[in-house]
Ligand binder design. Structure first.
Ligand code: NAD
Length: 479
C-alpha cells in the first residue's frame, strides 16, 4: 500500500484505490491510499506551519534538495519510465523522455533558487532608494492531470519549492504511482517536514478542500476546462492567486510547398503519439489544395503501419487509451464525426486485445477527411488519437481556420516558405508555435502555456515561472 505524505509522515487513508495498467487490465500497478477531507486539511496545516522557515531557508539549502531530487530522477529514469508507461499507457521511450524532462526541470529550478534576484531602481525623489524583490507566495496547492504523470507535477513542484513556497500536491486519480515516486524522492532529498505534502484522493473531495481552505495562498492547476472554471470561481471568491492550463484544439497547417515527409512525420507524432492524449496534440490538420490529396493518402498509409500495442513493448508506437471512460469518449467522437458527414479515412475502431492477447483499452488511430470547421470534431477537445483534415484554399484561409477556435495552446505549420513561416509565427493565436516540427513540449527551460480558452494566468516553466510562484515587493528607503 502506497501512502500519502503529510507533515513528513507516510499516512494511511480511510480508502484505497487500485492503479490499473491500461495495456493489460489484469495487471494491478499497486494499491494507493486515498485521503479524505480531514487529511487534506492536515496536509494544508502542515504546509502552513512549515512555510515561514522554508521561506527563509538559504538558496543553497533549496538548491541542494532540488538538485538531489533531479539527480535521482535522472539516475532512475528507466525504472520510473517503466512505471509511468505501465500506469498511463504512453510508450516506454516517451515515458522515459518524460521522466528525464522531470529530472532536468528539478535541476533547472535548483539553479533558479540561486539566480532569483531583484532590481535596484532610482527613485523620482532625491535621496530615496527603491528596491524590488521577490518573496514566496506561501502555501501553494498543485492539482495535476493524468496525461503527464511526472512532468507536470515536476514543473509545478520545482519552482514552488525553489522560490520558498510550501506545497500540497493532489495528483490525478488515474496515475498516483509517478506522483508517489516523486514524493518519496523529495522526502529523501532532505526537505523539512511539511514543506512538501502528497494527498492522493478524489478531486471533488480532496481537491475541493484545497480550493476552499484560506491557508492555501495559490492554486496551480492543469486539467480540463470544466474543472478549471470551477477552480477559477472558487479562487476568485476568496481572492487566492491561481493559474490554469487547460485544453486545446491545436491546428497544424500544411502548405503546398511543405516537404511531404516532414509534414507527415510531424502530423503523425503530433496527432497520435501519447495516444493523442496531449493538451498540445494537433487534432486539426489544415491542408492547402495542392498537397491535400497526397497528404491524406500518405497519412492513411502511415496510420495503417502504426504499431498499436502494449506501451512497454519494444517497437510500440501508440499505446492504449488511459481508461475505459476515455476510450468510450474517443469512440463516441468517431460516431459524431461520421454523423456530421466527415469521411473516416483510417482507423477509429477499438481493439479489445493486444498482439499477446492481453485485454486493454486499445484503439486504432483515426483520421477524418472532408471535415468543416464547425463540426464538433473540429471544435471540441477529444483527447484521443482522432485527427481531422480541413481543406484550405491558400495560406491566408489556412491561417484564419487555424485561429478559428476558442483555444490557443499550440499551433504548427509545415512549409518551406520563410515568408509564410515568419508570418505564421507572428499571427498564430497560440502560446506556442512550431515550424516543421512536431507539437510543443520538449524544452524544459522555456515558457509553456497558451492563450484564449486554453490558459489563465502567468506562464509555467523557465524563468517565467517566477511570476506565479513569487510575489513582488517594492521597498523605498530614505538614505
Ligand atoms: P480533469 O480536469 O478531469 O482533472 C484534473 C485534476 O483536477 C485531477 O487531479 C482531478 O482530480 C482534479 N479535480 C477534479 N475535480 C476537482 C474539483 N472539484 N476540485 C479540485 N480538483 C478537482 O482533467 P484530466 O482528465 O485529468 O486531464 C485532461 C485535461 O487536461 C485535458 O483537457 C487536457 O487538455 C488538459 N491538459 C492541459 C495541459 C496544459 O498545459 N494546458 C497539460 C496537460 C493536460
Amino acid at each position: 500500500m502506497f501512502k500519502n505524505l503529510i507533515n513528513g509522515e507516510w499516512v494511511q487513508g480511510p480508502r484505497a484505490s487500485r492503479n490499473i495498467n491500461p495495456s493489460d487490465t489484469r495487471d494491478v500497478v499497486g494499491e494507493y491510499a486515498q485521503a479524505d477531507a480531514a487529511q487534506a486539511k492536515e496536509a494544508i496545516a502542515a504546509a502552513a506551519k512549515a512555510q515561514a522557515a522554508w521561506g527563509l531557508s538559504t538558496p543553497q539549502q533549496r538548491f541542494d534538495v532540488l538538485d538531489a531530487a533531479g539527480a535521482e530522477i535522472l539516475a532512475r529514469k528507466a525504472e520510473l519510465g517503466d512505471l509511468l508507461a505501465r500506469e498511463e499507457g504512453k510508450t516506454l521511450p516517451e515515458a522515459i523522455g518524460e521522466v528525464a524532462r522531470a529530472g532536468n526541470i528539478f535541476k533547472f529550478f535548483a539553479g533558479e533558487a540561486l539566480r532569483v534576484g531583484g532590481e535596484v531602481v532610482p527613485s523620482v525623489r532625491p535621496g530615496v532608494g527603491v528596491e524590488v524583490t521577490r518573496e514566496p507566495v506561501g502555501v501553494v496547492g498543485l492539482i495535476t492531470p493524468w496525461n503527464f504523470p511526472i512532468a507536470i507535477p515536476a514543473w509545478k513542484i520545482a519552482p514552488a519549492l525553489a522560490f520558498g513556497n510550501t506545497v500540497v500536491l493532489k495528483p490525478a486519480d488515474l496515475v498516483p504511482g509517478s506522483a508517489w515516486a516523486l514524493a518519496d524522492i523529495l522526502q529523501r532529498a532532505g526537505l523539512p517536514a511539511g514543506v512538501f505534502n502528497l494527498i492522493m484522493g478524489r478531486g471533488s473531495e480532496v481537491g475541493q478542500v484545497m480550493l476552499e481552505d484560506k491557508r492555501v495562498n495559490a492554486i496551480s492547476f492543469t486539467g480540463s476546462v470544466a474543472t478549471g472554471q470551477r477552480i477559477a470561481a472558487a479562487c476568485v471568491a476568496r481572492m487566492a492567486k491561481f493559474q490554469l492550463e487547460m485544453g486545446g484544439k491545436n491546428p497544424m497547417v500544411v502548405l503546398d510547398d511543405a516537404d511531404l515527409d516532414v509534414a507527415v512525420a510531424a502530423a503523425i507524432n503530433s496527432g497520435f503519439f501519447s495516444t493523442g492524449q496531449r493538451c498540445t496534440a494537433s487534432s486539426r490538420l489544415i491542408v492547402t489544395e495542392g498537397i491535400h490529396d497526397k497528404f491524406v493518402d500518405a497519412m492513411a498509409k502511415r496510420i495503417a503501419t502504426l504499431k498499436v500495442d502494449d506501451a512497454r513493448k519494444a517497437g510500440t508506437e501508440v499505446g492504449p487509451v488511459v481508461d475505459e471512460k476515455q476510450l468510450a469518449q474517443d469512440l463516441e467522437y468517431i460516431a459524431i464525426g461520421k454523423g456530421e458527414g466527415a469521411r473516416l479515412v483510417a482507423g477509429g475502431e477499438a481493439i479489445a486485445k493486444n498482439a499477446d492477447g492481453a485485454p486493454g483499452y486499445y484503439m486504432r488511430p483515426a483520421l477524418f477527411a472532408d471535415t468543416t470547421k464547425d463540426m464538433r470534431i473540429n471544435r471540441e477537445e477529444i483527447f484521443g488519437p482522432v485527427v481531422s483534415v480541413i481543406r484550405a484554399k491558400n495560406y491566408e484561409e489556412a491561417l484564419a481556420l487555424s485561429n478559428d477556435t476558442e483555444f490557443g495552446l499550440a499551433a504548427g505549420i509545415a512549409t518551406t516558405s520563410l515568408k509564410h513561416a515568419t508570418h505564421f509565427k507572428r499571427h498564430a493565436q497560440a502560446g506556442m508555435v512550431m515550424v516543421n516540427l512536431p507539437t510543443a513540449g520538449v524544452d524544459y527551460h522555456v515558457p509553456f502555456g497558451g492563450r484564449k480558452g486554453s490558459s489563465y494566468g502567468p506562464r509555467e516553466q523557465g524563468k517565467y515561472a517566477a511570476e506565479f510562484y513569487t510575489t513582488v515587493k517594492t521597498a523605498y528607503t530614505q538614505a
